[in-house]
Ligand binder design. Structure first.
Ligand SMILES: C[S@@+](CC[C@H](N)C(=O)[O-])C[C@H]1O[C@@H](n2cnc3c(N)ncnc32)[C@H](O)[C@@H]1O
Length: 259
């Protein structure tokens, strides 16, 4: 098996179908609540703080922070479909979250605007250019205020390497079946994802590749971007479920500060 990857896959994968295929992790309010409980224990977030949820998708973490009275949240993401859904949800619930579209390597956001920058839910390692993640970390550093906190949560590369099953499938509701074929290639997990609707037939056949980070390697990259007090909060990270959630089972969390 060898999976062929379009290097720009990350520009089109994150849409309404992704919210179905990954609903077990990204549309589960209980999981998001538990994640925010954990993150609030790791970095001190206060009601008046300005928070940037970078690569924030449809804004599930920002919305949960709003529920807890932290209202000054910005979600920044490349995927217009997710931003649109997030903005509609926020409006419905009367949360003043800002949703901004762009590339996290060069956000055009003002310098030193945020008290905290969060990159959550395995949103790094998508772009094949080997400096892309460093650019995203440097951009996080640039928009963060001095003494501000940075929090990064990705899938734990070591655990993925140990536990990867090459084939996985699950059903979503009565209609959808998600099948994933996976392989490890160099330092990345490559996957082909086929999504079948019993009503409509094949609705997705896409492949993607995500760089796998080990704790020390990611901590070194965060340090290279300029951060200090870099802490690996959990070596084997948090296992949220016994189900096979693709890249979302085993997380590696890093906290750091801007000097
Ligand atoms: C797995 S999703 C996670 C979304 C969100 N953080 C969550 O936990 O629900 C990864 C997100 O990162 C975004 N992303 C990846 N690379 C990006 C980039 N260079 N610029 C902006 N967004 C990016 C994708 O569009 C996608 O919404």
């Amino acid at each position: 098996m060898s999976i062929t990857i379009d290097p720009d896959w990350w520009k089109t994968l994150f849409d309404e179908v992704y919210l179905v295929t990954d609903a077990r992790s990204v549309c589960n309010e209980e999981i998001t609540r538990r994640e925010i409980d954990l993150f609030c224990n790791l970095i001190p977030m206060h009601p008046q703080d300005r928070i940037l949820d970078l690569c924030g998708g449809h804004g599930r973490h920002a919305m949960e922070l709003c529920k807890r009275g932290i209202l000054n949240c910005t979600v920044f993401d490349y995927a217009r479909p997710l931003l649109k859904i997030g903005a509609e949800n926020a409006e419905r619930q009367n949360y003043p979250v800002r949703f901004i579209q762009g590339d996290a390597r060069d956000t055009k956001l003002a310098e030193e605007e945020y008290d905290h920058v969060l990159i959550l839910g395995n949103s790094l390692g998508y772009i094949p250019d080997k400096n892309a993640d460093l650019f995203i970390l440097r951009e996080s550093f640039r928009v963060l205020k001095s003494k501000g906190w940075f929090l990064l949560e990705v899938t734990d590369g070591n655990t993925v390497r140990e536990k990867l099953s090459p084939i996985a499938w699950h059903e979503m509701g009565d209609d959808v079946v998600v099948c994933r074929e996976r392989e490890l290639k160099n330092d990345a997990i490559c996957a082909r994802e086929m999504v079948l609707s019993k009503q409509k037939g094949l609705i997705r056949d896409k492949s993607y590749s995500i760089h796998l980070y080990e704790p020390q390697q990611l901590a070194a990259l965060v340090t290279k971007a300029g951060f200090i007090d870099v802490q690996i909060c959990s070596d084997s990270a948090t296992c949220y479920s016994e189900e096979d959630l693709g890249c979302m089972n085993h997380r590696l969390i890093i906290s750091a500060r801007k000097p």
